[in-house]
Design a protein around this ligand. Sequence first.
Ligand SMILES: *[C@@H]1O[C@H](CO)[C@@H](O)[C@H](O)[C@H]1NC(C)=O
Ligand SMILES: *[C@@H]1O[C@H](CO)[C@@H](O)[C@H](O)[C@H]1NC(C)=O
Ligand SMILES: *[C@@H]1O[C@H](CO)[C@@H](O)[C@H](O)[C@H]1NC(C)=O
Ligand SMILES: *[C@@H]1O[C@H](CO)[C@@H](O)[C@H](O)[C@H]1NC(C)=O
Ligand SMILES: *[C@@H]1O[C@H](CO)[C@@H](O)[C@H](O)[C@H]1NC(C)=O
Ligand SMILES: *[C@@H]1O[C@H](CO)[C@@H](O)[C@H](O)[C@H]1NC(C)=O
Length: 312
Amino acid sequence: MIAGSLFSGVLLAFPCLVTVGIYIGLNAQSIFNSGFKGSYGVPTDLSNRTIVETNRYCQKAFGITPSPGQYTFNPNQWGLSASDASSLCMNITTDNRVSDSSRAASSFSATWQYPPGPETMPVHAFPNVKLVDNSSIPVTLSEFSGLNIDVKWSYNGGNAASNSTDQSSLRTAGLNANVAVDMFLAADKTKSGSTTDAQHEVMVWLGRWGVSTQPIGYPLGSKDAFAIDGVRFDLYTGSNSFGQKVWTWVAAKNATTFAGDVGPLITRLSNKGGPATSDYLGYVGFGTEAYNSAANVTFYVPQLSLKVSKKS
Ligand SMILES: *[C@@H]1O[C@H](CO)[C@@H](O)[C@H](O)[C@H]1NC(C)=O
Ligand SMILES: *[C@@H]1O[C@H](CO)[C@@H](O)[C@H](O)[C@H]1NC(C)=O
Ligand SMILES: *[C@@H]1O[C@H](CO)[C@@H](O)[C@H](O)[C@H]1NC(C)=O
Ligand SMILES: *[C@@H]1O[C@H](CO)[C@@H](O)[C@H](O)[C@H]1NC(C)=O
Ligand SMILES: *[C@@H]1O[C@H](CO)[C@@H](O)[C@H](O)[C@H]1NC(C)=O
Ligand SMILES: *[C@@H]1O[C@H](CO)[C@@H](O)[C@H](O)[C@H]1NC(C)=O
């Protein structure tokens, strides 16, 4: 167990309820996708961004917060056993054209390979980018008005980043992984920022590969469904080994381009035993839970912005 790292994903069975319906959310605000222009202060023409440099980080866990400091990146190999060597490297490309007020994260990739872990602890790492924005989080759900995510990502077999996903290369590699937004909530403001002390973990899976990659509560079926940006999400729930309630919304397709407000996926949980309106959202991250792969695979995120909004 590595201090300060993320925890997730122990498979436990819990009683299920039934799917109660599908709602369509028409609230996509985007920087990179769908033609939305600049309200978060990013350059609207990304083709002109000047690359400063790419650095590679192969540490087990190490926080990197490039200027202007809105996001912290971490290879976050929290699930390595004592004998496991690091077999993940994260590349982070910084860009001096991004202004201090920008919501755009530096682009990054993670190349990795791990053998299957035990069924009780199948995840080896969560290379991720975490939102660092103390003006918007922690926020109580009664003050919270939305979490806009605008992202483009890809996954491929091999060591190279590509803007498209070649599914056959992933089948050849035997990829087991998800691509997910990871959030934590708690009644206590400080605990809401802790991946181990928070009472609730809410995940939104935008991609999913392999039979090992199951959300907690998956065998017991979907408890709810909701659609955002044309993507249907099904809800699975249960508890993890830290006693946290885990709420996982799984996309019905691999959503490699996504722009929308996932706020309803948090607030809809309040009447299902999920976070209360007085609870704080204190942690928002985006990355890939690396379960296992027989050959190197590369996750690439050329475009990402995360924005938590408050009611005015
Ligand atoms: C991008 O670069 C081109 C060529 O230098 C220039 O014409 C264009 O105005 C630039 N766009 C932005 C948004 O800076
Ligand atoms: C991926 O594979 C190559 C060669 O097979 C190896 O040298 C490299 O270290 C591996 N891992 C990463 C993270 O690139
Ligand atoms: C946010 O963090 C900055 C830098 O650490 C600090 O100066 C500022 O007071 C903090 N703001 C809030 C609202 O906590
Ligand atoms: C990451 O950086 C290393 C070192 O510069 C480079 O060899 C590798 O190709 C890069 N990987 C990706 C996916 O860009
Ligand atoms: C992905 O697309 C962006 C925008 O066109 C481009 O700047 C970047 O170099 C591309 N990345 C790769 C790995 O081809
Ligand atoms: C994502 O793509 C892979 C490969 O085609 C497929 O096996 C998997 O089922 C897809 N996941 C979803 C949620 O569509």
